[in-house]
Design a binder for this molecule. Structure first.
Ligand code: DAH
Length: 368
């Protein structure tokens, strides 16, 4: 066997035997490094006669090419093997829960959470969501809802009014173009009935405003209105809906409710609803106890309101309710003071807020 063939065999078997990149690099240095055997052979070409070189040149260069190719092939095989080994040992368990990053990820405000919760509950019962503007006309907020001219809610002390617009078409006192911050979500009842033919089944969550401020009242707060209009909707349906809502929302199996007669201009009869609760050292629990807590107002939509929206009270009827969102959020999640809800204190939000991407669903357990 020639020297060249001998060398080739040795290098190729060393390359094949190299178990890692360091061993392979040692073979490369021995063959092709500055003092390597093949490098030395290449240097001998300079001292040969042209005839010798014609024979030896291709042989030595061929050796160099084949060894180089073998080195490259082995290097990539070793890389693949290393990757396979890593993939086999470093398994990633994709079923593990996400690592919590408190604070960094941001929190969902309890009001947003509760709005999502109640939307999920009412959506399950077939309700759509309707919305209206925060800046409302006196007409939709009061007049079309059958508020009489001198009703106390129309007082400047209760309602935030914008300066009156001079409008030659409106009669004195009619206030047709006097804008205000809506004092309840009820004007969206009007907007919905003016826009949409019965059967109507909507909830209306949103911001509302009143000139009020203490531990449980803020000038801006939230309500969710409900409205059902069709040919035969009655108070029995309303009771069932509210009961199912309270059970689902407070996550209890049973909840006793008490319906008391009341007065609202836009409903007749009007009722206020209390739910059974137990007060224990400032804490309130639902589904037990023999105390009561008022949570909402409701009633059968007044015939005048139907007429004001172009509906015939002899043809259609329905019921409505209005519920304070902030209040039920405080009750469900044990927050004693309403004011920090709107003070944008990140510490409060980190404490009372909800995890993002954890949407409330009925199937998933509303509040997890
Ligand atoms: N709008 C009333 C309020 O803010 C709440 C209310 C009572 C709404 C009875 C209704 C209802 O739809 O039928 O005090």
């Amino acid at each position: 066997m020639t020297d060249i063939a001998q060398l080739e065999q040795t290098f190729l078997s060393d390359i094949a035997a190299a178990q890692d990149e360091a061993a392979l690099e040692a073979v490369r240095v021995a063959a092709l490094g500055r003092n390597g055997s093949i490098t030395a052979l290449l240097k001998t070409l300079g001292g040969m006669t042209p005839d010798e070189r014609r024979v030896q040149g291709p042989a030595i260069n061929g050796l160099k090419d084949r060894v180089s190719a073998a080195l490259a092939a082995r290097r990539s095989a070793l890389k693949d093997a290393a990757l396979d080994a890593r993939l086999n040992t470093e398994t990633v368990d994709v079923t593990l829960p996400l690592r919590e990053t408190p604070g960094e990820a941001g929190r969902v405000h309890p009001i947003s959470q509760v709005m999502d919760e109640l939307t999920a509950i009412f959506a399950d019962m077939g309700f759509a969501v309707a919305e209206g503007p925060d800046i409302e006309t006196d007409d939709y907020n009061f007049t079309k809802l059958n508020f009489p001219e001198g009703h106390p809610a129309r007082d400047m002390h209760d309602t935030f009014y914008f300066p009156p617009k001079p409008d030659p078409r409106s009669e004195p006192g009619a206030g047709g173009s006097r804008m205000l911050l809506r004092t309840h979500t009820s004007p969206v009842q009007i907007r919905t009935m003016l826009k949409q033919k019965p059967p109507i089944r909507v909830i209306i969550p949103g911001r509302t405003y009143r000139s009020d401020s203490d531990q449980t009242h803020t000038p801006m707060f939230h309500q969710v209105e409900g409205l059902v209009i069709d040919k035969s909707a009655h108070l029995g349906h309303l009771k069932w809906i509210l009961e199912e809502f309270c059970k689902a929302f407070f996550e209890v199996d049973r909840v006793k409710m008490r319906f008391r007669p009341s007065y609202f201009p836009f409903t007749e009869p009007s009722l206020e609803v209390d739910i059974q609760c137990k007060r224990d050292k400032g804490e309130v629990r639902f589904g037990e106890g023999d105390d009561w807590m008022e949570i909402l107002g409701c009633g059968m939509v007044h015939p005048n309101v139907l007429r004001n929206c172009g509906l015939d009270p002899d043809e259609v009827q329905g019921f409505a309710w209005g519920l304070g969102i902030d209040r039920i959020a405080m009750l469900k999640y044990g927050m004693p003071d309403l004011r920090p809800f709107f003070e944008a204190d990140v510490r409060w939000l980190n404490h009372y807020g909800f995890r993002p991407l954890d949407f409330p669903t009925l199937a998933g357990g509303l509040s997890n």
